[in-house]
Design a protein around this ligand. Structure first.
Ligand SMILES: NC(=O)c1ccc[n+]([C@@H]2O[C@H](COP(=O)([O-])OP(=O)(O)OC[C@H]3O[C@@H](n4cnc5c(N)ncnc54)[C@H](O)[C@@H]3O)[C@@H](O)[C@H]2O)c1
Ligand SMILES: [Zn+2]
Length: 364
């Protein structure tokens, strides 16, 4: 089913303004979107075997003359080695500075392909065609690209905005159920942290959204892109306002690290992190108990989260001390003050954190 008019959101990042096109059937308009974004005839598609297996043929129909560069995805492949493979394929195919690179996959492919585009010959044109819900609502917007080092996640990277982002929710049909849900937790993050109307729509349409009805998905994805776009326009390099998007991420990152990135998907860890932030905010009297219950119920309705009750609360504190969100010894924490309203604080004490983690069921 194709819709002739995708929704268009304009992202006004200081380093580059670009459109995000969202809609069922938007993939069919990719060629025209690349033309409009200034792409020349030399076009490379960075993707993964999984994504190409499901969607390679429809993509080929739309971009018959593009050159595929297929690299493995999954977090453990988001490395400089993966980026090297992309450089080598570009070089071998004779790509010069007039080449354009398109990422077609989840956040791993977007971050890795984006970093290759940012650095190959000091930068070539980039477009993102995200194929996971997480990448559609988050990773493809805002220009953060990069890879992991053995010593930690996202330690090497750049800010490099794409020239266009094309989002077709039809491609989500093949996404594993857990991956899809993990993306929905990030959608809830946007709603609770900064957009009450979005949160209301998500709650109203939870049925069609979880059935992946593209008519319900398109406006919600577009709303997330709009929120992220507005924040990025005001704070491209994450020195201030962009940090509200870290709601749920302080505790979330600790839980991911504590379970060696194997037990929890990122969105699932963020769901726990949002519950912890709500517990702290509620204990401080910043967040009304009714709002905390609303957030908890939204998260519960999306389905079960992997258990964390065998983890030690004290060990999580240790992980948080090593987080990038620590600035001059202070842990930045996003606390909700209501649905759609949040504040960034730097004075959350270890006692408050421990109490919140125990409320999540973690061990002493
Ligand atoms: N740049 C940013 O601002 C930003 C923001 C958030 C997250 N990220 C990064 O994104 C990454 C996570 O992204 P992700 O959750 O998309 O994970 P991912 O890219 O690993 O994709 C998850 C899985 O889904 C598969 N897949 C992708 N599209 C599919 C489809 N349409 N049908 C079936 N399977 C499909 C992939 O092969 C993979 O196995 C992390 O590395 C994270 O650091 C970046
Ligand atoms: Zn996240």
């Amino acid at each position: 089913m194709s819709h002739p008019h995708p929704l268009r959101i304009d992202i006004a990042a200081p380093s580059r303004a670009y459109p995000v096109l969202v809609g069922s059937g938007a993939l069919a308009q990719l060629g025209a979107a690349l033309d409009a974004a200034g792409f020349g005839p030399s076009r490379y598609v960075v993707s993964s075997p999984t994504v190409m297996g499901f969607w390679g043929e429809p993509l080929h129909q739309v971009l018959p003359d593009s050159t595929p560069i297929v690299v493995p995805d999954g977090e453990r492949h988001k490395t400089l080695g993966g980026v090297s493979r992309i450089y080598e394929a570009l070089l071998k195919a004779g790509a010069d500075r007039s080449a354009g690179l398109l990422t077609f996959g989840g956040g791993v492919i977007g971050d890795m392909g984006g970093f290759a585009a940012a650095t190959y010959m000091r930068g070539i044109l980039l477009a993102h065609v995200p194929t996971t819900l997480l990448a559609q609502v988050d990773a493809a917007i805002g220009g953060k690209v990069g890879v992991n080092l053995p010593g930690g996640k996202n330690l090497v990277g750049a800010f490099y905005q794409p020239s266009v982002v094309v989002i077709d929710p039809e491609v989500l049909a093949t996404l594993p159920r857990r991956e899809f849900r993990a993306g929905l937790y990030e959608v809830i993050k946007y709603g609770v942290a900064c957009d009450a109307a979005l949160f209301g729509i998500v709650m109203r349409d939870l049925g069609p959204l979880t059935r992946r009805d593209t008519g319900a998905l398109s406006p919600v994805i577009a709303a997330c892109c709009r929120v992220k776009g507005e924040i990025v326009a005001g704070d491209e390099r994450e020195s201030g306002g962009r940090r509200v998007l870290n709601f749920g991420h302080t505790v979330g990152h600790a839980l991911e690290a504590a379970t060696k990135y194997r037990r929890l998907l990122h969105g699932e860890a963020v769901a726990y992190g949002m519950l912890a932030a709500c517990a702290i905010a509620c204990a401080r009297g910043v967040l009304p108990a009714a709002d905390r219950a609303t957030v908890a119920s939204a998260i519960a309705q999306l389905g079960p989260l992997p258990p964390v009750n065998d983890l030690s609360a004290a060990a999580q504190l240790e992980f948080m001390r090593h987080d990038k969100k620590v600035h001059e010894g202070r842990l930045h924490f996003v606390l909700p003050a209501g649905i759609g309203v949040s504040q960034i604080v730097t004075d959350v004490s270890e006692d408050e954190l421990l109490r919140a983690l125990r409320e999540l069921g973690l061990d002493e």
